[in-house]
Design a protein around this ligand. Structure first.
Ligand code: MSP
Length: 554
């Protein structure tokens, strides 16, 4: 079907079909986070995955686009089975408890998900069974013997080349996954196999649409596809893995947990019920450790089932602690709740988004977090708010009028510089968000905030008020420009720090309908147009925007 569609597409190319998808662009676009294993409590790395998706989702909404954001928990497989046994719990009780912890964590962090899926839900097992049957009908599933390495921690089948020898402290030799460093075990089992090897050319065509961001991850996947692409085992004997969805036609087998988990994206799209929603081009956000599953297996499964592969994969790197990946097994995880207590929810959101960079690993230290938050939220942004709303500067507590004719020749260059910066900012932020670079978008906003602060300081409106009429008029114009800059920054900051942005917009008394980017115009008074804000009174006082933190020593 997929091949057929590709050949019959009016525009004639595989690329066209991939871009359009055959579910069409109707309805809200689907953005997803990975679903989280329930064998451990949420840590900062998990929160980062969800947060990056949240900021993309909120930004789309700000631009007036209709998107859905799904998240959830990955509850099947041997890892969860083993953890439940070790804790003496029924797996379903463990799943319910930890899933609830993730949900609570995401609610506390302000993750604006529109669907939370659990792989133990009935709607999900229905989607998985339907999908399995589709793969079977289309000839992509056969019974064979899998012989090779299996990594339980990663729930991954690995070739000899993907493993290496390692030694423990006592000199014992064992094998590990070369990518994750987790131990692997030899396995020989009769399994159901998926004909992955038949899909190389379709996967290469999909890669031509450059669906993976940032680009270095695209190159990694291109390289994988140049290597051996063996068929994939997609079931485990039920006697070994009982905590999972049975193969529909053979209950002595359990469906491979990664096939089960990836289908969650279809479950939230309403699959297989076309009346709920169609599977259109989807965007998945994921950490680099699960790239192969999303960039090779997932598009291959979809193509095999006759469905369009993902539109975009947004891949992020990891948070490390002293250079080592944060993970439960290494016991070096940072507790997000503890960070919220220290920095507030928006403080933590800002730090993770601003300091984290999708293309490279970042080290988490409280020292760096405190310094960054003090400098950018407390001093720069909080300072700007204070400058233009404090009673000493703005005794009438209002938006003054801007007078084009009031600009003194000596200030023209400073004004041009400020207007140049603020006018190009929305476009810059849009480009960065489109390229999955929220960190750079925030950097651009911070640098504009500093530019506004510098402009205010250099023009010194508090001195201008003491001068003649012309000086006073320019003083009022400077105040207007500063308030208008702040309105722009707070509007753009809503996806990253919704609480702080709301505080500022409330203080500036910006009505809710004027808080989007769609149709919103800034600095219109500088072109001689009427700006509705002029003459309006400000909202009530909000106190300190962000309290300075005590900087922890390194
Ligand atoms: N259950 C699978 C995903 C299935 S999606 C169909 C899984 N779960 S996980 O809980 O281990 O990881 C979920 C997400 O958290 C992944 O995107 C992973 O990269 C991310 N992180 C886990 N540790 C991380 C860091 N230390 N830093 C940043 N993100 C990290 O994989």
């Amino acid at each position: 079907m997929w091949r057929l569609l590709c050949r019959k597409a009016p525009c004639g190319s595989v690329l066209h079909m991939v871009r359009a998808g055959y579910g069409g662009e109707s309805g809200a676009a689907l953005l997803t986070t990975p679903i989280f294993y329930v064998n451990a409590a949420p840590h900062l790395g998990h929160v980062y995955s969800a947060l990056l998706a949240d900021v993309q989702h909120r930004y789309s909404a700000l631009c007036g686009r209709d998107t859905r954001l799904s998240t959830g928990t990955d509850e099947h497989g041997i890892k969860v089975q083993q953890t439940a046994t070790a804790l003496g719990l029924d797996p379903s009780n463990l799943c319910a408890a930890v899933s609830q912890q993730f949900r609570k964590m995401f609610d506390t962090m302000g993750i604006s998900y529109t669907d939370f899926v659990r792989t133990t839900e009935v709607r999900h097992s229905q989607a998985v069974c339907h999908f399995w049957k589709k793969l079977e009908e289309r000839g992509y599933i056969y019974k064979g013997t899998y012989q090779g390495w299996y990594c339980t921690s990663d729930e991954a089948f690995l070739s000899e080349e993907q493993t290496m020898e390692s030694r423990d402290g006592e000199g014992n030799i064992f094998r590990v996954s070369a990518e994750s460093g987790h131990q692997v075990h030899w396995m020989s089992e009769e399994n159901y196999m998926f004909r992955l090897s038949h899909l190389r050319s379709e996967l290469l065509s999909w890669l031509q649409t450059e669906p993976i961001y940032p680009a270095p991850f695209l190159r990694i996947v291109q390289q994988w596809l140049e290597e051996d692409l063996p068929d994939l085992s997609v079931s485990r004997q039920r006697s070994r893995v009982s905590w999972g969805i049975p193969v529909p036609s053979d209950s002595s087998h359990t469906i491979y947990v990664w096939l089960d988990a990836l289908i969650n994206y279809l479950t939230v799209a309403g699959f297989p019920d076309q009346n709920l929603a169609t599977w259109g081009p989807s965007t998945h956000l994921l950490g680099k450790d699960i790239l192969r599953f999303h960039a090779v297996y997932w598009p291959a499964f979809l193509i095999a089932a006759g469905l369009p592969p993902p539109k975009k994969l947004l891949v992020h790197s990891h948070w490390t602690c002293n250079g080592v990946k944060m993970s439960k097994s290494l016991q070096n995880v940072v507790d997000p709740m503890e960070c919220i207590r220290r920095y507030t929810r928006d403080g933590l959101r800002y730090f993770l988004l601003r300091h984290g960079a999708p293309e490279r690993d970042c080290d988490f230290t409280h020292h760096i977090a405190c310094k960054l938050l003090n400098s950018e939220l407390a001093d720069a942004l909080g300072g700007l708010l204070n400058r233009c709303t404090a009673h000493t500067i703005n005794p009438e507590q209002c938006w003054p009028h801007y007078q084009c004719t009031s600009v003194p020749p000596s200030s023209q260059n400073d004004l041009n510089r400020l207007l140049g910066t603020v006018k190009e900012l929305p476009g810059l932020v849009d480009q960065y968000m489109d390229r999955f670079q929220a960190n750079k978008a925030l950097e651009a906003i911070d640098s504009s905030v500093r530019c506004s602060n510098a402009f205010f300081q250099s023009q010194a409106p508090w001195k201008l008020y003491k001068g003649g009429d012309d000086a006073k008029a320019w003083g009022q114009s400077v105040l207007y420009l500063t308030l208008e800059s702040l309105r722009l920054y707070a509007t753009l900051l809503q996806p990253a720090v919704p609480g702080l942005a709301k505080t500022i917009l409330d203080r500036l008394r910006v009505p809710n309908v004027s808080r989007t980017l769609k149709g919103n115009r800034f600095f219109v008074a500088t072109s001689g147009d009427k700006c509705d804000f002029q003459g309006r009174t400000l909202g009530s006082e909000c106190g300190l925007l962000y309290r300075r933190l005590e900087v922890e020593q390194k």
